[in-house]
Design a protein around this ligand. Structure first.
Ligand code: AGP
Length: 612
């Protein structure tokens, strides 16, 4: 996600801004920039590493002024170019802003401003905010900001400066985090504490829907009704490294806990409501109704967890959208002389967009003449650039090698695709679509509910962390979820495990079950509950220890046939993999923690496998 810093005080601002951006580098970015205000706005931006920006400004020495804002960009709208980098200066040259978040209605606002003669420089959603503030600005920056944010829909942390207010920064916070700090004669804003902890450990976490007016040594906060808010600073006792993890012990744990926000961001703007009810709109990916109606089959390719997201999608596409679907490992697809018929949409799923096997599979599909869709997280990545259509996941940068939030975002994106295709395929009824979308919108809250109490997961990990082999079983969507759960456990705890379709146990594997063998059953599918219950009993009678992940309404089926039972809240069956993923990721995390493994950087693994 993007990084914001701001400073106003007696020192030169530019070096402080550059230092703060360096402390935010771990968040991942593809470009950066700063604006320094000396009564004239001086703005320098550069794609690539921060070193490029430092070189352009002589480490900040060439920019004079005691107030300014800075930004590291993780691209969401518009490629990672100098032009799309923040800060974004309005056409008048009088307003400059930095932004973290997504302006969902930016297209409508951009059209409104274009119709009023405003000229735009970039492809970003952020520039719309800068131009809108400038449109309303008549010398009172706070009034102009208020008018502008009244029109915004989406998530935003903003830092705003105006040339004729050379010591003032206005900060705005809605959904995206933003903090402030005030010392004697100075004041700071930042996306998180790492950027300013060197100067001040008394930090104000701005509340949602807050506007703050910041001048040297002073901050005044207003709530959404314009009333002044009391501010209670928090003392930060973390060190910088801990702060980069937001106080979590590992990036992986932080990213597991970011999943509700990531789900909201990935769904943002893609479920729209009209008189007929809610529907999916994937026009931002180029998937218009005409494109979707032409799809006769979906062929998904990916590696590792991305492949597992594809297996989840296969069950959704065939079971719900009634669209034939095939899922192939990218490393197999590229060498298997695949037969891909006309009317097939080849979907390449990849967090990094740089996985060598997945790039090759994409090129193989294009050579076969079929349409290609990239479901990727990194803007401007190779797969994003070469596919015909791009459905971005909005997971933000994922630092831990083992994916969690990006995998969930892939599943969410593919769920949207399944619902969108269902709408154009007579096999699915409209009321079914509504039922799925109504539950999908509620899912982030259910994820937060799961993350709010993880004691049973921690108990299971403390009981089972020293096992040398683990078997995951599930049926249907639960089998797909079990595949990913098994990989998670293997790659960070180094414990061997395998995932099996529950009905497959009898065909050989059950010979491996002996007293004390750990079996983890994923059992969230109502119509298969009795079947997986039988499978659990089969392994229990052979002495297995059984950890069951099931839903609240199904739990009564499993209370007396396992050893530990973890419940997830009820939701539409099509969506259960998004919920079962959380306890299964956490089980892998705490098991690895108990084994003293290097959780964020597991041995032998790379975050992106850019070689064969
Ligand atoms: C998952 O935790 C692993 N990091 C790995 O399986 C990963 O999913 C796979 O290498 C694919 O990477 P991609 O999504 O960047 O293409």
């Amino acid at each position: 996600m993007c990084g914001i810093v701001g400073y106003t005080g007696r020192a030169q601002a530019a070096p402080i801004l550059l230092y703060g951006l360096e402390r935010l580098e771990y968040r991942g970015y593809d470009s950066a920039g700063i604006t320094v205000n000396s009564g004239t706005l001086q703005t320098v931006k550069a794609s690539g590493r921060l070193a490029n920006l430092a070189a352009l400004t002589n480490n900040g020495a060439d920019l004079h002024g005691n107030c300014g804002i800075g930004h590291t960009r993780w691209a969401t709208h518009g490629e990672p170019t100098d032009n799309n980098a923040h800060p974004h200066v309005a056409s008048s040259g009088q307003i400059s802003i930095v932004h973290n978040g997504i302006i969902e209605n930016y297209r409508k606002l951009k059209d409104w401003l274009l119709a009023r003669g405003v000229a735009f420089q970039s492809e970003t959603d952020t520039e719309v905010v800068s131009q809108l503030i400038d449109y309303y600005y008549e010398g009172d920056l706070l009034a102009a900001v208020r008018k502008a944010i009244y029109k915004l829909e989406g998530s935003y942390a903003l830092g705003i400066v105006a040339a004729d207010a050379p010591d003032t920064i206005i900060a705005v916070r809605k959904d995206s985090p933003l903090i402030a700090a005030v010392t004697d004669g100075e004041a700071f804003i930042a996306s998180d504490v790492t950027a300013i902890i060197k100067y001040c450990r008394e930090v104000i976490y701005l509340d949602d829907n807050t506007i703050a007016v910041i001048t040297p040594g002073n901050i005044t906060c207003y709530n959404k009704y314009g009333k002044v808010q009391d501010l209670t600073p928090v003392t930060i006792d973390w060190d910088i490294e801990a702060a980069q993890k937001g106080g979590y012990a590992h990036f992986m744990l932080k990213e597991i806990n970011e999943q509700p926000k990531v789900l909201r961001d990935t769904l943002a703007g893609r479920i729209v409501a009209d008189a007929a009810g809610a529907r999916v709109d994937l026009s931002d990916a180029g998937l218009t109704p005409e494109v979707l109606q032409a799809v006769r089959k979906v062929h998904i390719v990916g590696c590792g967890s991305a492949y597992h997201a594809g297996v989840v999608a296969k069950y959704q596409l065939e079971g719900f959208a009634r669209i034939p679907c095939e899922v192939t490992l990218a490393s197999e697809f590229r060498y298997s002389s695949p037969v891909v018929l006309p009317g097939t949409l080849c979907v390449v799923i990849s967090q990094s967009g740089e996985t060598s096997d997945s790039i090759a599979a994409l090129r193989e599909a294009k050579a076969l003449g079929v349409s290609t869709l990239a479901v990727v997280n990194v803007r401007g990545s190779t797969i994003a650039r070469e596919a015909d259509y791009i459905l971005y996941t909005n997971a933000g940068p994922e630092i831990a090698v083992a994916t969690s939030k990006a995998y969930s975002a892939q599943v969410a994106a593919m769920t949207l695709l399944a619902v969108a295709l269902a709408e154009f395929n007579s096999g699915a009824k409209r009321e079914n679509l509504q039922a799925v979308l109504n539950d999908l919108i509620k899912l982030p809250d259910l994820e937060e509910q799961i993350l709010s109490d993880i004691s049973l997961v921690q108990l299971a990990a403390s009981r089972y962390f020293n096992h040398s082999s683990v078997f995951f079983i599930g049926r249907g969507l639960d089998y797909a979820a079990a595949l990913e759960a098994s990989l998670k456990l293997k790659e960070i705890s180094y414990i061997h495990s395998e995932a099996y379709a529950g009905g497959e146990l009898k065909h050989g594997t059950i010979s491996l079950i002996e007293p004390g063998t750990l079996v983890i059953a994923v059992a969230a599918c109502t119509k298969l509950a009795e079947k997986i219950e039988s499978n659990i009993k089969e392994v229990k009678t052979r002495g297995a220890e059984v950890l069951t992940i099931t839903t609240s309404s199904l739990s009564k089926n499993f209370t007396d046939c396992g050893d530990i039972l973890i419940e997830i809240p009820d939701t539409h069956e099509l969506l259960t993999p998004l919920l079962t993923a959380l306890p299964l990721q956490l089980f892998a995390y705490y098991t690895a923690l108990n084994n003293g493994c290097d959780i964020d950087k597991p041995r032998n693994l790379a975050k992106s496998v850019t070689v064969e």
